[in-house]
Design a protein around this ligand. Structure first.
Ligand SMILES: [Zn+2]
Length: 257
C-alpha cells in the first residue's frame, strides 16, 4: 500500500475522467490526500473525500499565490472541521514570482500563513506547507508561531527541493519532508534523500504537475507515486516494500488516517 500525500485530482485536468483515475488508484491500493488551493478547490476536495468510503482524504487551504483572497479564509475555517479533512493547506510562502517593490505581497503571504498555522493548532490538524524561495522567513515564522498546544509542531514540507541545511532545520522543528516525482529524473536530491531518516519521509505526486519517468511530459496522476517510492528505495538501498510500508505509516501517523 502507498499514500500519495499531495495531489490535486480536484483540478480541471481531471474533469473528464476523475472517477476513473481515483478508482484505478484505489484498485492498486494507493490512497491519496487531495489538496485545496483556494476556497472553491477546498470545497471540492471535501466533496470528493466524501464520495469514497475510504482512501480519499482532503486538505483545505489557500495557496500563497492566492494570498490576496483573505476573505475566503472563513470558508477554509468552516471546511476544516470536517472529519475527512486531515490537513490544513496547502499554505506557506512563495517568493519566486515576487518582483522588487512588491514587498507588501510577502507580508500578505506571511499573515495568511500564520492564520493557517493558528487554525491547524486550534483544531489539532497537521499542516501541508508549500515553500519556494522563502525558507528563511518560513523557518522564522514556524519557530515563532508553530508550536501546538501539546508543544509539538506538526506538518510536512511538500515537494521539498531546498538544501540539506534547510531540511535539517525542518526536521529539528518536527516536520516531515515530502518528495515528488522529481527524484525520477534528476540526481540533484539523492544526497538529501540519503540524509533524511526514513521515518520522516513522505511521498507525493503533486498531480497533475511534474509527472515522473516513465510518464514525463504527460499528465501526472496519484498512482504514479509508486515511481517516487521506487527511487527512494534505490537511493537508500532499501526494498520497495520497506519504503512503501514506512511512508504509508508516516502518512497515517501525521494525518491521523
Ligand atoms: Zn500542490
Amino acid at each position: 500500500m502507498l499514500i500519495d500525500s499531495h495531489t490535486h485530482v480536484n483540478f480541471k485536468d481531471f474533469d473528464d475522467d476523475r472517477d476513473a483515475v481515483i478508482k484505478r488508484c484505489l484498485d492498486e491500493n494507493i490512497w491519496m490526500i487531495t489538496v485545496g488551493t483556494n476556497a472553491m478547490h477546498s470545497k471540492k476536495t471535501v466533496e470528493m473525500a466524501h464520495t469514497y468510503p475510504e482512501g480519499v482524504y482532503a486538505a483545505v487551504g489557500i495557496h500563497p499565490h492566492d494570498s490576496g483572497a483573505t476573505e475566503e479564509f472563513s470558508v477554509i475555517e468552516r471546511l476544516a472541521e470536517d472529519a475527512k479533512v486531515v490537513a490544513i493547506g496547502e499554505t506557506g510562502l512563495d517568493y519566486f514570482r515576487i518582483e522588487k517593490g512588491e514587498e507588501s505581497i510577502k507580508k500578505q503571504q506571511q499573515e495568511l500563513f500564520i492564520k493557517h498555522i493558528e487554525l491547524a493548532q486550534r483544531i489539532k490538524k497537521t499542516l501541508i506547507i508549500h515553500c519556494r524561495d522563502a525558507h528563511d522567513d518560513l523557518i522564522r515564522i514556524l519557530t515563532e508561531h508553530g508550536k501546538g498546544s501539546d508543544g509539538q509542531r506538526k506538518g510536512v514540507m511538500h515537494f521539498f527541493t531546498g538544501t540539506q541545511e534547510y531540511a535539517k532545520n525542518y526536521l529539528d522543528l518536527g516536520f516531515y519532508i515530502s518528495f515528488s516525482g522529481v527524484l525520477t529524473f534528476t540526481h540533484d536530491y539523492d544526497e538529501l534523500v540519503r540524509m533524511i531518516p526514513m521515518d520522516r519521509i513522505l511521498i507525493e505526486t503533486d498531480a497533475p504537475f511534474v509527472a515522473p519517468v516513465p510518464h514525463r511530459g504527460k499528465r501526472n496522476e496519484p498512482s504514479y507515486v509508486k515511481y517516487t517510492a521506487q527511487r527512494i528505495a534505490e537511493i537508500k538501498g532499501l526494498s520497495f516494500e520497506g519504503v512503501a510500508m514506512q511512508t504509508t505509516q508516516n502518512s497515517r501517523e501525521l494525518f491521523v488516517i
